[in-house]
Design a protein around this ligand. Structure first.
Ligand code: SF4
Length: 124
């Protein structure tokens, strides 16, 4: 897959950002691993959801200018709720349970991470 950062020639800045709920359960861990892989493969820059939760205004205003993909593990939608409360709009969203994976019953294997990654990678 072509790296959108390279194709749009943004000179080192990334307009494509990913945030993960990074929850402690299996699915939360998968969001974190997938976000890191998107970063490592140059698909999106990973940033910290905690920055938004903490209300760091300078970063929040910067994030609002980006194409954000929010990865949540389950329907509690922690990441989505944090973004919505901070006034984010029009961000891309993926919830791991929507792929049929079950919270607390999903081993964090390479195959499972690959499955989620392949869905996340093609979201623009
Ligand atoms: S969205 Fe679900 S998996 Fe993610 S942090 Fe919240 S409760 Fe945990």
């Amino acid at each position: 897959m072509e790296n959108p950062e390279n194709s749009s020639c943004l000179c080192g800045t990334s307009e494509y950002m990913v945030l993960a709920c990074s929850g402690s359960c299996d699915l939360g861990r998968i969001t974190d691993l997938v976000a890191r892989r998107l970063r490592d493969n140059g698909v999106r820059k990973m940033n910290c959801l905690a920055v938004v939760g903490a209300g760091i205004e300078k970063s929040i205003e910067n994030f609002k200018t980006k194409n954000i993909l929010m990865l949540d593990g389950c329907p509690i939608d922690c990441g989505k709720q944090i973004l919505d409360k901070a006034g984010f709009a029009n961000y891309k969203y993926m919830r791991v349970t929507d792929l049929g994976l079950k919270k607390g019953q999903t081993p964090v294997t390479e195959d499972v991470v690959n499955l989620v990654y392949e869905k996340a990678e093609i979201i623009y």
